[in-house]
Design a binder for this molecule. Structure first.
Ligand code: PCA
Length: 154
């Protein structure tokens, strides 16, 4: 099994979360709410308003999200879904466990440091660095940039 940090549209309550719970794709188990140890630039870009985590040294915020344990099938699916490595790259991130929500039986305890995969990107446009940054992504936040998939042909 693999640990994956989810900070964007795959989180609970966000538009792609049902994919994580789709057992015809693969297995995924929620482990805990977490936040990154380091600061990252979490911003919204592209015409589809995708959230991106950028590693810009010395900038950004400690980003909140969820850690899941996923099987190889789900990881392969997520690589495909996130257009990895063209759009996002799967890298590793250090996380601090916040709370486990009483769900699942797992060994993660608040305060523990965990490492997980994350879909971040290092192939961004310079002007992305001028955009607002967030510590907790919500498609319906007051930024007014809801996530949407392409609806019209290119
Ligand atoms: N999906 C992944 C990366 C960004 C996105 O929208 C996630 O939720 O973590």
């Amino acid at each position: 099994m693999h640990h994956v940090f989810i900070y964007g549209t795959l989180k609970k309550g966000q538009p792609n979360h049902s994919l994580i719970n789709n057992t015809t794709i693969g297995q995924a188990e929620f482990l805990a709410h977490v936040r990154t140890i380091e600061r990252y630039t979490l911003m919204i870009a592209t015409k589809n308003n995708y959230p991106f985590l950028l590693n810009v040294p010395g900038k950004g915020k400690r980003v909140h999200g969820e850690i899941y344990s996923v099987d190889q099938k789900m990881l392969d699916f997520l690589d495909d879904f996130e257009e990895c490595p063209e759009l996002y790259q799967r890298t590793k991130v250090q996380l601090e466990v916040q709370d486990v929500d009483g769900e699942g039986e797992n060994t993660l305890k608040p305060g523990r440091i965990e490492e997980a995969f994350v879909y971040s990107t290092n192939t961004y446009e310079p002007e992305w660095l001028l955009k607002p940054t967030y510590d907790n992504y919500d498609t319906n936040g007051d930024h007014g940039l809801p996530y949407h998939e392409d609806t019209s042909p290119e």
